[in-house]
Design a protein around this ligand. Structure first.
Ligand SMILES: Cc1ncc(COP(=O)(O)O)c(C=O)c1O
Length: 409
């Protein structure tokens, strides 16, 4: 009896195994894929079974990047308020805060709401509420989360913030956005910035927090020496403004700015906190700005995130078709991981192209290729989740949030 039961059990297992292996040569039951992700059951899930194109994060490199930046900030010392626009992930923001970040920086009111609702304190929104929609949301978020802060570079906007904050009976926290070399936003330094800061400071329902000064052109200036020179030039006016405010008896709480490219120089030029974002993953363009020890490659942070793609067709000399097309944000400046002989090209919405010259290497239909994207913000905005990998194994999945629809603006 006992042996009969054993025989039946063994037969059933063999049948199940053969069904699974027929359905999926790698032995992974793909029909259960989404359910397993929902219950965070990653047993047997490897990069090989992932749907492509998709974003994959190398957890070891990613954690190293977070630690490098956190350690630097502690040592400098300078506060860290990392920018989330590159990752749009509450999971990542929480890890940054756990390593000492004083909050996070956000590009939109939607990102700010997302992070605050995710439990992150000290959110700094670096755009002023120009529209009525954004104004009401900024005031509502302040009411819910008094640690939330945003910027203003316009006298009229400050009037409207004061009015809306008074109506809602809240005190909004505002940093004045000043020009730091990037012709995108920021009031002129000196007298105009001082006067705006004084207006904010004397508003009953607004508290003056300090300044936001993002030196965006410095971040990607090639070579460490040139970047340092540009940072010094871009922040000189900001420092004059801060000095004027202090002379006028005002308390300047923060001077926020900086980037992955300038993180290790900004503290020398008056910033009190860093808004670096890209360092978590790095993109192919940032890798080329050069570092302290190498003018050609920026090695301070690892390329921890890649887009996994599949070779779908091969019929023409020197090229294969992939699923990494325009909708997946394919760019000519992307870089193929570990296969320098392959060049990313474009072919259509869902069709990508990899080209190479003779003598490169072997590549065939079904091969998986990993690609470092050119601009993290843009690429992240096209994907729903990060697959977190330890080597070839998937160990977690983090959603990419707040990236589409009117409510996300
Ligand atoms: C306002 C602001 N602060 C900081 C950054 C720095 O980000 P990163 O470290 O990715 O260069 C950016 C990037 O665009 C930004 O817009």
């Amino acid at each position: 009896m006992n042996s009969r039961r054993q025989f039946l059990t063994a037969s059933a297992s063999a049948l199940l195994a053969s069904t699974v292996s027929r359905a999926n040569p790698k032995g992974y039951p793909y029909s259960e894929f989404e359910q397993r992700i929902a219950r965070k059951d990653f047993r047997g899930m490897t990069k090989d079974v992932l749907p492509t194109p998709c974003m994959v994060v190398d957890i070891d490199m990613f954690e190293k990047n977070l630690k490098t930046m956190a350690d630097f900030a502690k040592k400098a010392p300078i506060n860290l308020r990392p920018h989330v626009k590159v990752h749009k992930s509450v999971d990542i923001a929480k890890r940054q805060v756990a390593l000492g970040a004083i909050g996070i920086t956000a590009a939109t009111i939607a990102e700010s709401e997302l992070m605050s609702n995710g439990g992150i304190k000290g959110v700094l929104w670096t755009k002023q509420p120009g529209s009525y929609n954004n104004l009401l949301r900024a005031v509502a978020l302040t009411k819910k989360d008094p640690t939330f802060m945003f910027v203003a570079d316009d006298f009229g906007v400050v009037d409207r913030v004061e009015e809306a904050a008074a109506a809602a009976k809240v005190k909004c926290r505002v940093a004045v956005s000043v020009y730091a070399g990037l012709t995108r936003q920021g009031i002129a330094n000196g007298k105009p910035a001082l006067e705006l800061a004084q207006k904010v400071d004397s508003s009953k329902h607004i508290s003056f927090e300090g300044f936001m000064a993002y030196s965006g052109y410095a971040s990607h200036t090639k070579t460490f020496a040139a970047r340092k020179k540009k940072t010094a030039e871009d922040l000189a006016g900001v420092n004059e403004t801060v000095a004027l405010c202090k002379k006028a008896g005002m308390k300047v709480g923060i001077v926020s700015g900086g980037s992955t490219g300038t993180y290790n120089m900004d503290h020398e030029y008056g910033l009190t906190e860093l808004e670096c974002g890209s360092y978590v993953f790095m993109d192919s363009i940032y890798k080329q700005v050069g570092g302290k020890t190498d003018d050609a490659v920026y090695t301070d942070f690892e390329s921890s995130m890649s887009v996994l793609t599949t070779v779908d067709s091969k019929h023409h000399a020197g090229q294969v078709t992939t699923d990494y097309g325009n909708k997946a944000m394919a760019q000519l400046t992307d870089v193929v991981k570990d296969k320098a002989w392959l060049q990313v090209d474009k072919q259509g919405a869902e069709y990508g192209l990899l080209r190479w010259k003779d003598g490169g290497g072997e590549i065939k239909v079904g091969d998986r290729v990993e690609i470092y994207c050119s601009n993290l913000d843009m690429s992240t905005n096209c994907y729903d989740r990060y697959y977190i990998a330890k080597g070839n194994d998937i160990v977690d999945v983090w959603p990419i949030m707040g990236r589409g629809g009117a409510a996300q603006r």
